[in-house]
Structure formats: C-alpha cells, structure tokens
Ligand binder design. Structure first.
Ligand code: IMP
Length: 220
C-alpha cells in the first residue's frame, strides 16, 4: 500500500470554535480551527515511530534533536516525549540530546527574505559528527530551512534529517520537502500550538486560522 507522506488538511474541513475549548482572550481573533490538539498529538506519536524506524540499528544509537525556536518548541517537546518511549528494531533505547536554534524570518504574516540566526559558531561546532534531527513548526517558502541546512552543513554533522509538523501548500515554495511531515495545510496564516502572529497565540493548543480581527489587533 502506498501511504501518503502527510495528512492533507483542506479548508473544506474546518472546525467551528463552538465545538472546542478556546481561550476566551482569542475568541474573536481566530476564524476556525484547522487541526484540533488531539489530532496533532496522535500524529506526533506516529511521526516519532517513523523517525525511530529509520534510525540505523547500531550498538549505541544516539540523536541530537534540534528545536527551531520559537515556533517549533511545542512540537519538539511532544515529539521528544514520544521518542523517549521508543526503541530501535533490536530493542535498543536511543540516547537523545536536546539543542535549540533561534531563527526569525517573519514580519506580521509575511515571510521576509532575511533569516536571522541567534546562535554562535562555537555552539554549532557541537554538531560535528552527530546525527541531527531538526524539528521545525512549519515550512512555508522553504527558505528558512534551506538556510538552516546550509549553515549546519558547514559544521559537518554525520547525518541530518528534518521533521516539520506542517508544510504549507503555496506557490511561493522553493520545492523543499522535509523527511517527516505531519500535515500539509492550505496557503493561509495559521497560529497556535506555539506558532505565533507577532508573538501572540503561542498559548493556544489547536492550530487555527487567524481572523481579520486578530490580524489587526496584533499587527506591529
Ligand atoms: P519559510 O522560510 O517561508 O519556510 O518560513 C518558515 C518560518 O516562518 C517558520 O519557521 C515559521 O516561524 C514562520 N511561518 C511561516 N508560515 C507561518 C504561519 O502560517 N504561521 C506562523 N508562522 C509561520
């Protein structure tokens, strides 16, 4: 059976705010729920299994799980919790170390060409010879991940895999597709589950489409 690489989320299946619990302070700022929190959690569990199934069965398997901040932190936390429970096919547990890369490329709801890193060369030296799993919240144009991979390759990791919870179906894509993807979403600006709009909505559990009211209320 040919299993799709991700779950295709369409705008035909939006959930009304009335059907889920949404913080009262965001009620007017989101239009609808695109992916409820429970479905995200179930999908993260499956992604963790796929990631572990692909880890070579060596004597001391290890993985440096690298969170792209800030948007990736919730996916990273839930994914690491799942990875900790799993073992390779011959029953070996995987030694995980956790790293963080802070990157910024958005202004309001628009991707900028410039990708700003807050990480020093010294910190990146640690990646030499390591097996990396980069954990990102969303791939939009693909520019941020392209830059991250370019920068990391200078430090000669042993292997690099990328997981992104979301990939946006947009004509602005540079064609980059991560190794493990949770959901493909329509070309809309989404928030919640640590994805933000100018630092707001990170405290919403579901992934939701922002409303015009929300865009205006939190614009810079
Ligand atoms: P890209 O460089 O265009 O692929 O954008 C990737 C980065 O932009 C992600 O790491 C997010 O931080 C941010 N981003 C892109 N689309 C969205 C969105 O719909 N909501 C929130 N952040 C987004």
């Amino acid at each position: 059976m040919n299993v799709a690489k991700w779950i295709d989320v369409t705008t035909e299946k939006l959930y009304s705010l009335d059907h889920f619990v949404v913080p009262q302070h965001y009620e007017r700022d989101i239009e609808s729920i695109l992916i409820p929190h429970g479905i995200i959690m179930d999908r993260v569990e499956k992604l963790a299994r796929q990631i572990v199934a692909d880890i070579p069965d060596v004597e001391e398997p290890s993985l440096v799980v690298c969170c792209v901040l800030k948007g990736g932190h919730q996916f990273f936390a839930d994914l690491v919790n799942q990875l900790k429970k799993l073992q390779t096919s011959s029953g070996r547990s995987i030694q995980l170390s956790l790293e963080f890369l802070k990157v910024k490329s958005y202004h309001n709801d628009t991707s900028t060409k410039e990708v700003k890193f807050s990480v020093t060369n010294n910190e990146l030296m640690y990646y030499k010879g390591k097996n990396l799993l980069i954990v990102e919240d969303i791939i939009d144009t693909g520019r941020t991940m392209e830059k991250i991979l370019e920068r990391l390759s200078e430090y000669e990791p042993a292997s690099v895999k990328v997981t992104s919870l979301l990939i946006k179906k947009t004509s602005h894509s540079n064609g980059y597709i991560p190794d493990y993807v949770g959901f493909a979403i329509p070309d809309a600006f989404v928030v919640g589950y640590a994805l933000d709009y100018n630092e707001h909505f990170r405290d919403l559990d579901h992934i939701a489409v922002i409303s015009e009211h929300g865009k205006q209320a939190y614009a810079l």
